[in-house]
Design a protein around this ligand. Structure first.
Ligand code: ZN
Length: 437
């Protein structure tokens, strides 16, 4: 694949400037009859209608150019276009892939003050007139957080050339401060209320690891360090993490005023956390088991559930919804459940015994849904635990459109995600995090 970078398509030229003057008047010109960019920016960014007017003039020039590039590219090379008004102009449909390059709001303000020599107030109104970071995360295929000094062009090319990007219609694969992680597009819609993520293989949340000579060692220092890294990226305080001692149970604990921390005795034998309190970071660790993120936007309540095959068998998803209904009077129709990456039916091979256990328990479901599949070549079976969770959630009253499947199999993507099936006792752990902010 060959890639050519098309620099910004912001139009220049006399005709374009003439048009702008005819709409906004000559008062925007300086003494040498050039547009006074600072004055003009002051007008545009303080009045949304005027900004829209400018955008529509700009698009008249940019749209034909992008269409031309898009049509020609198949004859030549793949082209990367830098187009800030891509979504406003509906031109995104001409692109095979969209990548957003975002930065923290404060950093953006700092940068444009320096670059354009404007006041803080001017910079703020300019930034506030633009789409939010989350808008781009929800709508683009990929997203890069532009930290100072990083080579964006190089990073974009790497994403295009990499076959390891896990973005799909449900999740976006993000790159920030050298760390990769996933977020659900649907949960990003509530980015002013919650923060969440699923970490990938560059971080490890397994406190016990096996050294090369088979010795079991504590990894708590590294785990703490990795919590700090991911929490810094998400702009939340790692000191607020609650991480229970998971045992594949169906026990779910509601967090009220308990002290936070990792692997605390009062959080032993706990595989799910619920809270309606802000700044309590619910974190569970996974290697093939199913993470279930719950959010009720009406009541602003979150839950984080560890549903491995044993948890799924014990119907921990049902337990979670019941607890939310009983303790918080949640209406399940308002509940969103995002099902994180886990081992999918393609790879979850089980013996006859486990298959029989599942068949006996979910007999009714098995008769109408394709949950258990017999292997064609071996005497093994494949079980669809994601489908079981989806059915349980629907039985408990969740709407189909509020159940979001990441569609990512951890074993199939074990180059990017820790997978127990792949690495056995040497496997690390991913973490699912959700918090009210
Ligand atoms: Zn798989």
């Amino acid at each position: 694949m060959q890639i050519k970078l098309q620099k910004s398509l912001c139009p220049h030229g006399q005709e374009y400037y003439k048009k702008i003057c005819s709409v906004f008047g000559n008062s925007i010109l300086d003494e040498s009859k050039n547009i006074n960019r600072r004055k003009f920016a002051g007008i545009i960014f303080s009045d949304i209608e005027k900004k829209q007017k400018l955008d529509s003039i700009t698009l008249e020039y940019v749209v034909p150019k992008i269409k031309e590039i898009a049509e020609n590219k198949r004859k030549n090379k793949d082209v990367v276009i830098d187009a800030p008004l891509l979504f406003e102009s509906n031109l995104d449909k001409y692109c095979d892939v969209t990548v957003s390059v975002v930065a923290d709001k404060d950093k953006c303000i700092e940068r444009i003050i320096k670059r354009d020599k404007i006041t803080e107030e001017e910079a703020k109104s300019r930034i506030n007139s633009q789409r939010s970071q989350n808008f781009f995360k929800i709508n683009c295929n990929y997203s890069i957080n532009n930290e100072d000094g990083e080579d964006i062009e190089k990073q974009i090319k790497e994403i295009f050339l990499s076959k390891e990007n896990l973005s799909n219609e449900s999740v976006i694969h993000l790159y920030s401060q050298g760390i990769e992680y996933l977020q659900f597009r649907r949960l990003l819609e509530y980015g002013d209320k919650i923060e969440h993520c699923f970490t990938l293989k560059d971080l490890d949340f397994n406190i016990n690891y096996k050294s090369d000579n088979g010795e079991s060692k504590s990894n708590i220092k590294n785990v703490l360090n990795d919590y700090k890294k991911i929490c810094d990226v998400l702009k939340i305080d790692y000191k607020n993490v609650y991480k229970p001692i998971q045992t594949h149970s169906k026990n779910i604990k509601i967090i009220k005023d308990e002290k936070q921390g990792l692997y605390l005795p009062e959080f032993e034998n706990v595989d799910g956390l619920i809270t309606d309190k802000r700044n309590k970071i619910l974190s569970l660790s996974f290697a093939d088991c199913t993470p279930l993120y719950f959010y009720d936007a009406k009541k602003n309540i979150i839950a984080n559930i560890h549903s491995g095959w044993k948890g799924t068998y014990q119907e921990i998803a049902r337990e979670a919804v019941k607890k939310l209904k009983e303790e918080f009077n949640v209406n399940p129709e308002n509940l969103i459940c995002a099902i994180g990456p886990c081992i999918k039916k393609c790879c979850f091979e089980v013996s006859h015994d486990v298959m029989t256990m599942f068949y006996e328990k979910f007999k009714n479901i098995c008769e109408r849904e394709n949950i258990i599949q017999e292997s064609k070549s071996t005497d093994k079976y494949y079980i669809d635990t994601t489908l079981i969770n989806k059915i349980i959630l629907k039985e408990e009253g969740l709407k189909e459109e509020n159940i979001i499947d990441s569609k990512i199999c951890t074993n199939c993507n074990s180059n990017k995600i820790h997978s127990y099936r792949k690495d056995k006792e040497f496997s690390g752990r991913n973490t699912a995090i959700i918090t009210l902010i």
